[in-house]
Design a protein around this ligand. Sequence first.
Ligand code: ATP
Ligand code: MG
Length: 316
Amino acid sequence: MGRADHISKLYTALGANSFIEPAVALESASAPLRRLLDQLSQGAAGALRPAELVEGPRGEVYSDPLAPKVVVVVSATGGVGRSTLVAALASGLQRQGHPALALDLDPQNALRHHLCLGGDLAGIGATSLLNQTWEALPERGFAGCRLVAFGETDLVQQQSLTRWLGQDLEFLGKRLAGLGLNGQDTVVIDLPAGSTVYLNQAMSVADVVLVVVKPDAASFRRLANMDAVLAPYLEGESAPQRFYAINQVDASHAFSQDMAEVFKLRLGDAVLGEVRRDPAFCEAPAYGLDPLDPALNSVGCQDVNALCRALKARLN
Ligand SMILES: Nc1ncnc2c1ncn2[C@@H]1O[C@H](COP(=O)(O)OP(=O)(O)OP(=O)(O)O)[C@@H](O)[C@H]1O
Ligand SMILES: [Mg+2]
């Protein structure tokens, strides 16, 4: 498909009312973006005001050298690459010498696939319902990073968990404390999209919340929704820091790159990094390989490594 076709498709998807001649479309495709950029630079866009960068606490949260750092990965909508990035961050941090544990707090129980740990792994769902600790749950994944899976659960079990988590706000904190982690460890938490009891639990232990967005108009329009969901958790002195990762930036697609720029203008320093679209993220695990393996030398690997370094710098 040529660029003009992409642009006309995009226009349709964005709700433009009529087909635009390809030649015109090529010329005018960036006009809405340009308008958006102008609005942003003039600060006239109301809802598009640059978000306030949430400063981290000055010592309170990190005052316990024995506590692991907790990074919570969220998004407003599904399918943006949360699980992909949780697995990649865990593997990447571990490869950079920082012990990491990926925790699946999504009943989809899919994170294990991203770390090539299949089968019927025991997980937090059934284990918690049996009132057992999580001590025996961590499994070694890529590069030696650990995974605590959600595990297979049926609808009734999920409903019981939802009720329990809604009542016991210290559920996650207490169970993490039983995993024997220390100040060298980083826990990276995967969640379902949007506002859930799992998000509520994760935010109660978070040092950093990393919002994953895709460089498209839909993701951009949902920023305000995510801001509203996170707002109550970002108040107070010991609130977590909030950052953004722009995932699936298509280096061969001008619009994708333009949208990434729009996000950066809107979010400023809160953008922790970009991860380019890279087939290695879906292909490598299919062959049992880690997309972060330096031997694969994928562009996604380079980007995630940069993201890991930026994350560690903020956490420290
Ligand atoms: N940077 C990337 N480059 C290429 N493909 C990617 C990238 N990030 C994610 N993907 C692909 O996008 C798809 C969705 O990713 P993933 O399952 O991680 O999203 P999710 O946000 O966790 O989705 P869900 O809402 O279902 O939990 C997968 O096929 C994954 O391989
Ligand atoms: Mg997922």
